[in-house]
Design a protein around this ligand. Structure first.
Ligand code: AMP
Ligand code: MG
Length: 401
């Protein structure tokens, strides 16, 4: 095993939370009478297991040359491997439940002749992780692996229960040793019921720029690296260390957004990758609402976790009109944030609609996740920028449906 399996819970998360106990208006969910306790526990366990696999591959990457995402690269193998383990673990924890999952990966490439060696590497990697973490488990065959990948073929929709998985969100972050996340949520009749984020490189203390830079995370840092966030609709968001000896352990520290800061004290977040989000527009919005601090650029849905525990107050995302957002890039993070008192909407202030299949409907130019007061300011600022045509954005989708 490459990483210490038990990390101390630092007081830093607790402090961040204790400073921020004020109640703010939560986004009310219609399905808050749901009881998904068992499913949430299964999701935490599955995310811990998949995160362990990803972390093993990161240790390999630290020692080898960096590898771009292409078939057969460690990144691709980790992506599939994480999906296989989540799918395996959920079905094992919840026997007898119908299993539907909207997963980012499918097995088509693995079933080709060229895919054979990749499939063998995924199988070895998954079995290696199982032999470390699930000693009683029967090892998987390549056929099992293909089936488990394909368990992620659900299209989601308005009815029924659908797990929603991004096995490695923030691939660029993963490759470059920045931030990345294993993200698992569940839709119940088109609404989010639960969300879990595994953030293997996220510090357990308040995050700063250095922790988000290439190689900035020191996996040996004794203050604790690796965070897990778990949220159940209507019951709040809890955080805790990701790498623990007992994979059944639930994160135990209730977190809440920090809505007590004035604009000069507020830090906003955005993607590291400029092609994922328009940095010029976010800077203009920041100026319009009086923010003075520069943005914190951080990969993946780790941003939602960081926001939920009050390290930052805003996450803005302005993808090009040609890009269609996938539900697995937001479901888990949105639940984590909303249950911590945050608000999420599209750039026009509309609630996000996860019931339309594998994609989100057009977001009117972007997605805003923030504390309630910052959210209000941003939506107003965007309306003004649009009206004044200071920056042209959100003209309508240019992707084909
Ligand atoms: P982030 O780490 O916040 O930059 O977001 C990572 C996610 O952005 C990945 O999971 C991709 O699915 C998604 N993505 C890929 N290409 C684009 C794009 N052109 N615009 C917006 N998001 C993208
Ligand atoms: Mg993603």
């Amino acid at each position: 095993m490459t990483r210490a399996s038990s990390k101390p819970t630092t007081t830093a998360i607790k402090t961040a939370v204790a400073n921020n106990e004020a109640e703010v208006g939560n986004q009310v969910s219609e399905s808050s009478s749901l009881d998904l306790t068992v499913e949430l526990a299964a999701a935490v366990k599955a995310v811990r297991l998949a995160s362990h696999l990803c972390d093993n591959v990161q240790w390999q990457l630290r020692n080898d040359e960096k590898v771009e995402k292409e078939d057969g690269s460690p990144v691709t193998v980790a992506d599939y491997g994480a999906q296989v383990l989540v799918s395996w673990s959920l079905q094992r924890s919840l026997p007898g439940q119908t299993f539907n999952m909207v997963g980012e990966e499918d097995s088509a490439d693995l079933r080709t002749e060229e895919g054979g060696p990749v499939l063998r590497r995924i199988t070895d990697l998954v079995n290696h992780t199982l032999s470390e973490c699930e000693k009683e488990a029967t090892l998987l065959t390549p056929e099992d692996v293909l089936e488990l990948v394909d368990a992620g073929r659900s299209d989601g929709g308005k009815t029924g229960r659908h797990w929603v998985l991004d096995p490695i969100d923030g691939t660029r972050g993963f490759i470059t040793m920045r931030q990345y996340a294993v993200c698992l949520g569940m839709l119940v009749d088109g609404e989010i019921g639960l969300g879990v984020l595994g953030c293997p490189n996220l510090p357990q203390w308040s995050v700063s720029d250095v922790d988000c830079n290439e190689g900035g995370c020191d996996p040996y840092d004794e203050r604790g690296i690796g965070c897990c966030f778990a949220a159940h609709v209507g019951r709040g968001t809890y955080a805790g260390p990701l790498f623990v000896a007992d994979k059944d352990e639930m994160p135990g520290i209730k977190v809440h957004v920090n809505d007590l800061l004035s604009p000069e004290e507020v830090r906003f977040m955005e993607s590291v990758e400029a092609k994922h989000s328009n940095h010029v527009l976010s800077a203009a919005v920041a100026m319009e609402i009086g923010l003075e601090l520069p943005s914190l650029r951080i990969d993946s849905q780790a941003k939602y976790g960081v926001l939920s525990r009050g390290d930052s107050s805003i996450f803005m995302r302005y993808p090009p009109d040609s890009y269609r957002e996938k539900i697995w890039d937001h479901v888990a993070g949105v639940m984590v944030l909303q249950e911590a008192g945050g608000v999420v909407s599209d750039a026009a202030g509309n609630k996000l609609d996860f019931s339309q299949g594998r994609h989100l409907p057009y977001l009117n130019g972007g997605l805003i996740a923030a504390t309630p007061s910052m959210h209000r300011l941003i939506i107003a600022a965007l309306a003004k920028i649009k009206e004044d045509k200071t920056i042209v954005y959100g003209e309508g989708p240019t992707y084909s449906t």
